[in-house]
Design a protein around this ligand. Sequence first.
Ligand SMILES: C[S@@+](CC[C@H](N)C(=O)[O-])C[C@H]1O[C@@H](n2cnc3c(N)ncnc32)[C@H](O)[C@@H]1O
Length: 315
Amino acid sequence: MSGVYNNNDSNLMSQFPSHYTDVNGIGFYITMTHSSNLSEKIAQFYDTSSDLWEQIWGEHMHHGYYGRGGNYKLNRRQAQIDLIEELLIWANIKNVSNLVDVGCGIGGSTLYLAEKFNANATGITLSPVQANRATQRATEVKLEGNTQFQVADALNMPFPDHNFDLVWSLESGEHMPDKAKFFQECYRVLKPGGTFICATWCHRPTNSFAGALTQEEKQHLEEIYRVYCLPYVISLPEYQVIAQQCGFKNIKVDDWSMAVAPFWDLVIDSAFSLEAITGLFKSGWQTIEGALSLGLMSRGYERGLIRFGLVCGQK
Ligand SMILES: C[S@@+](CC[C@H](N)C(=O)[O-])C[C@H]1O[C@@H](n2cnc3c(N)ncnc32)[C@H](O)[C@@H]1O
């Protein structure tokens, strides 16, 4: 399977065989990865951690939005809803009749969007536990008639071409072992005139002005990859090139790192409640390690290494 890597990521290069190519002046490695193994790990990661996340933090498994400069004081859930609403405004999404939520978690945004737009909504995830819980939640909120959830791979979606008028992906791109194939699939299932929006973890740009990632930055990223089951992340300019190559029109990108970074400090605070600690011990080591490593993300934002990137485009 091919992937797109920043040419500075030598650690990753040693893990996966690859060859170098150059697109519009940006260097890429086309890379072979063991994606089924990764898919199993991601499924297991979410199978074991989703219950606890829902119990402590609710149905949305994504950042919150704290104003453009990150200075609004909001409760965590409101900030998560605000992120969805701000994304809709940013991507100018006003009407939706049939959407797919790629990497849907337990259906937080899928159900929110289905209700808001009175739309048909399909959510896909690698985790059977999440798909079941999302289906159950749809019944609880009486949206089972127009929503469906299934275990499926974003890199090979079980949908015909030109099927959805909105393809929504909130914090799943960072898990994809092949970022180009991921965008190509999103493009394929989108109807002409439909909108694709992707909000995803990125690393800082590595253009000649910003410079290559340092060894220390690469190590920091490696820790994040290991703990959160990510193959690698890329920079926002690299996503922009991929979107152009797929054929998306009216492409927009933005960096909302400042707006979302406060989220992690609030998650860290709540992770120390008795309820969270008890739940962590029941969920197993991988979830405990994820919680112990929450500081990795807040430090990543502080030093400008981790970026919250947005891409939207039309077919
Ligand atoms: C951090 S959660 C985000 C969930 C949801 N978007 C939300 O905001 O609540 C990441 C999700 O991406 C899904 N995912 C990761 N890789 C995937 C793939 N290749 N195909 C489908 N889903 C994937 C995971 O199963 C998980 O549901």
